[in-house]
Ligand binder design. Structure first.
Ligand SMILES: [Zn+2]
Length: 433
């Protein structure tokens, strides 16, 4: 029952995500703390980079329109929040520059706005005969298909968070931008900032995990708001293979919203309409509002929080009340529990959320008893699905009661060699990421 003990005693940072989800049940307090001071809004693409194209419009223009509308709503409705734009005009910056703008602004949240596109669907509508000459220059004929293409019917919204396969890159971004984390003047702080120190790395990784959960939470809220106005939600998700640079290069919670499919004629009209753009901007705003309110409630309740958020932005006020060393110790104990069986009862089982860990996908079929899974306690499910003509197997570990447990399990799985392992979240038994 090591899990239980850790969850009840010194969980520290790890508890934040649990609390984050449970925060809905805590009473309202007058807001004093400000976990969100700066929101960075990134209109995708720009200038010579048009992004995806529809029949008559470009992704870069829709992204900019909605980004500006979103920013305006936030500026008006949240006067305590500073809005920073990566671009306000039709300008090209590469994605590294966009991430740098966000990091220089010391953003507390990064929202990137994009549109999706799906390739046209081609179907064979007939054949024609063509003549050609073979290697010996003899004349021959053959039939080639005639294709007709039609717009892909794919539609709906998606909100991305960074892929856990890019966790190291996200940690690196936190490390490179950690001046704000460690700008207190104590000697201990300086010592902790020694990036060769394993405890520093653990702390940065834990901060990253907190940001991951916060990003996941916001992405779920964004999709929920889209659903409420009747949009089709394709979910909050990770893009695992290649990742999305602005999501892991920004040292803050980060989401990327795909507003809809510009390749779908009906959605292209919606994406370009003033009403549609107002609706999309309002949806994202309402999600940000819910996210901010939840975070502020947690702050008000006096629970431990990520070190980066402890530090005053200007360094004017007193340093964080929680000594940094103490935070590090909490994290160490949290991480060490990753070697324990994950299925012990969690601190609070009232929520209907549960979590699993996807270990890998492969064509190979392994038994539960395979040495591959030797160090992973608990159930391992194999889900078979078709990828083209191939049968592929998904191996899923767990179930875990809290995100903290699942994150620790992801950490362990990756150490065991499942380098692409990532967390799956479920609400009332339904997959939510
Ligand atoms: Zn894009």
């Amino acid at each position: 029952m090591r899990w239980k003990r850790v969850l009840f005693s010194g969980l520290g940072i790890g508890l934040i995500y649990t609390l984050f989800i449970h925060a809905k049940t805590t009473p309202d307090f007058p807001v004093q703390d400000k976990p969100i001071r700066t929101i960075v809004i990134d209109a995708g693409h720009g200038g010579s980079d048009h992004g995806a194209g529809g029949r008559y419009s470009h992704e870069k223009d829709i992204a900019l329109d909605v980004a500006l509308k979103l920013g305006k709503i936030i500026e008006e409705a949240m006067p305590d929040v500073k809005v920073v734009y990566t671009r306000k005009t039709d300008r090209f910056d590469d994605v590294h520059r966009k991430a740098a703008i966000a990091n220089e602004a010391k953003g507390d949240l990064f929202i990137s706005i994009h549109c999706n596109a799906a390739p046209d669907i081609k179907r064979i509508v007939g054949h024609r005969t063509v003549t050609y000459r073979d290697k010996k220059k003899r004349k021959r004929t053959r039939k080639v298909p005639i294709y007709e293409s039609s717009p892909n019917p794919a539609k709906g919204t998606e909100t991305y968070i960074w892929a856990t396969s890019k966790n190291n890159a996200k940690t690196e971004s936190l490390r490179n931008n950690s001046v704000i984390v460690f700008d207190a003047n104590s000697e201990e702080t300086q010592q902790i900032m020694d990036t060769r120190d394993p405890e520093t790395i653990i702390m940065l990784n834990t901060l990253r995990n907190v940001y991951f959960d916060q990003s996941l939470r916001l992405s779920t809220l964004v999709e929920d708001e889209f659903t409420r106005v009747g949009r089709i939600s394709r979910g909050a998700r990770q893009r695992n293979e290649k990742g999305i640079l602005v999501l892991h290069a920004t040292a803050m919670p980060s989401v990327l919203v795909e507003l809809g499919f510009i390749s779908n004629p009906e959605e292209e009209n919606y994406l370009n309409s003033a009403n549609g753009q107002d609706e999309m901007a309002s949806c994202i705003y309402r999600a940000v509002k819910r996210y901010k309110d939840e975070l502020e409630r947690i702050y008000k309740s006096g629970e431990p929080r990520p070190p980066v958020l402890e530090t005053p932005a200007t360094g004017a006020a007193a340093p964080a009340p929680t000594p940094a060393r103490q935070v590090v110790n909490h994290i160490s104990s949290t991480v060490s529990t990753a070697t324990e069986p994950p299925n012990a009862p969690a601190a609070d089982a009232t929520e209907s959320f549960s979590y699993k860990v996807q270990l890998m996908t492969t064509e190979k079929v392994y038994a539960r008893t395979n040495t591959l899974f030797k160090n992973l306690k608990g159930t391992i499910e194999r889900e078979e699905f078709k990828q083209g003509r191939k049968k592929v197997n998904k191996y899923i570990w767990g179930s875990f009661r809290t995100e903290a447990e699942a994150q620790a399990a992801v950490y362990k799985a990756r150490k065991q060699g499942f380098s692409d392992a990532f967390m799956l979240a479920y609400k009332d038994g339904n997959r939510i990421d």
